[in-house]
Design a protein around this ligand. Structure first.
Ligand SMILES: Cc1ncc(COP(=O)(O)O)c(C=O)c1O
Length: 403
């Protein structure tokens, strides 16, 4: 039996065969999402400038499919860099980001000749400069800047207060470094935020060209394109949940379509570049949730039922603590794979640990649940796997299937 594209019987079979909790990734959806992102960028010639963000779902089987489909790798740690190289990703298809890059990892990056190291902390400049001196090669670098929108705090060099300009000057004064990329990452955003960030950053790139003769070749706009099958909880929803311990009772608008946001962003970029006389400047991006978010589901088994106060609790063998950390601030479609037509009830779906917050969802409407039923949490392909824990229970098993 199929429900909106998911083959419930096959998923239930997979749960029976491999046990639960179980992560099931779909080759078809992974290939489809990447192909769609590439098609979105193809009219501009930037289809090869997609660097999948490893941190989002660092599962080798998934990464291999994405690399076969034409994605490069965006890595933020020594381990991720080593993983990309061990999977055979050509060095010039790897972009290295992050606010801490170990000296060993920077050494590997320079020695293997990766596409670009995006400098995000002042000390990286000295380390890279020394490595360039040792190898006698100019090191291609980028600079992470911080526009006035999106994530602030410890990330990047602000454009507004002149820090980005100062850092660009220091990098360009170093003969061992070749500054060719400007990078930002906003966090999950809508088109308006990308537009503003790009306009500010393109102004900065033009200034570098005119005042310092620095020829930037690419703007790397990071990730943050909304994924399908997932929604961030609005602040007031979170507050309501905290205060009343019940979900927000009103219907919320669907999130923006991330592929549409990507297309609008690319379109705006191509026009803005021409307007500023920056022809030839390329767009790079590092999507994570857009590509893998809806390509994976988490299956958990109902192991106990109880009623306490007015609440029905369905206790499952994988909760927020062990298997689904993003559900602290996000929400997903959740369904019972066993269909009992016409019989619906509301449940608090909680995990098996002793943590009171080990809850996947509060007051979720499900087909009447019995012990042994398999519950499917959709949109589990972004930040579920890397945030899993082994708190008292085993991590979910992972399989590649076809959803
Ligand atoms: C620098 C950078 N690039 C890309 C991503 C991927 O973001 P998303 O999964 O929202 O697309 C992140 C996520 O934190 C990031 O920090």
């Amino acid at each position: 039996m199929k429900k909106e594209g998911y083959d419930c019987a096959r998923l239930a079979e997979a749960a029976a065969e491999h046990g639960t909790p179980l992560q099931v990734a779909s080759r078809r959806k992974l290939e489809g999402n990447l192909a769609l992102a590439r098609e979105t960028l193809r009219p501009f010639g930037w289809q090869d400038n997609i660097f999948y963000s490893y941190k989002t779902n660092p599962v080798p089987e998934v990464l291999k499919i994405l690399h076969q489909g034409g994605a490069g790798a965006e890595v933020i740690s020594e381990r991720e860099l080593d993983l990309a190289l061990s999977l055979g990703v050509p060095p010039d298809r790897i972009v290295f980001n992050g606010i801490y890059k170990s000296p060993t990892a920077l050494g590997t990056a320079v020695e293997r000749g990766i596409r670009c190291v995006n400098i995000d902390a002042p000390q990286e400049l000295e380390i890279l400069s020394a490595l360039a001196g040792k190898t006698g090669r100019r090191v291609p670098v980028g600079l992470r800047v911080r526009p006035s929108v999106g994530w602030q705090g410890q990330f990047g060099f602000p454009i507004g207060d002149g820090s980005a300009r100062g850092m660009a000057r220091r990098i360009s004064a170093d003969k061992g470094l070749d500054l060719g990329v400007i990078h930002f990452h906003l966090g999950t955003s809508d088109f308006k935020a990308y537009r503003r960030a790009m306009d500010e950053t393109l102004g900065f790139i033009r200034e570098l060209k005119q005042n310092m003769d620095i020829g930037i070749k690419a703007l790397d706009i990071g990730g943050g394109f909304p994924g399908r099958d997932m929604r961030m909880l609005a602040l007031w929803e979170q507050a309501w949940l905290r205060f009343f311990d019940r979900p927000w009772p009103f219907k919320m608008p669907a999130p923006d379509d991330g592929f549409k946001v990507l297309g609008e962003t690319a379109d705006h970029f191509s026009r803005a570049v021409k307007k500023r006389g920056l022809e030839g400047l390329e767009l790079w991006c590092e999507p994570g949730r857009l590509i893998t978010g809806d390509a994976q589901v988490l299956l958990v088994r109902v192991v106990a039922l109880r009623r306490s106060g007015n609440v029905n609790y369905a206790i499952v063998d994988g909760g927020r603590v062990g298997a689904a950390a993003p559900l602290a601030g996000e929400t997903r479609r959740i369904r019972n794979l066993t269909s009992r037509p016409g019989q619906y009830a509301r449940y608090d779906l909680v995990g098996p640990t002793c943590m009171p917050w080990d809850r996947l969802a509060a007051g979720v409407s499900l087909n009447k649940v019995e012990i042994g039923d398999i519950i499917c949490i959709e949109g589990a392909g972004a930040y579920f796997v890397p945030l899993e824990t082994e708190f008292s229970f085993n991590r979910p098993t992972f399989i590649l299937g076809n959803l």
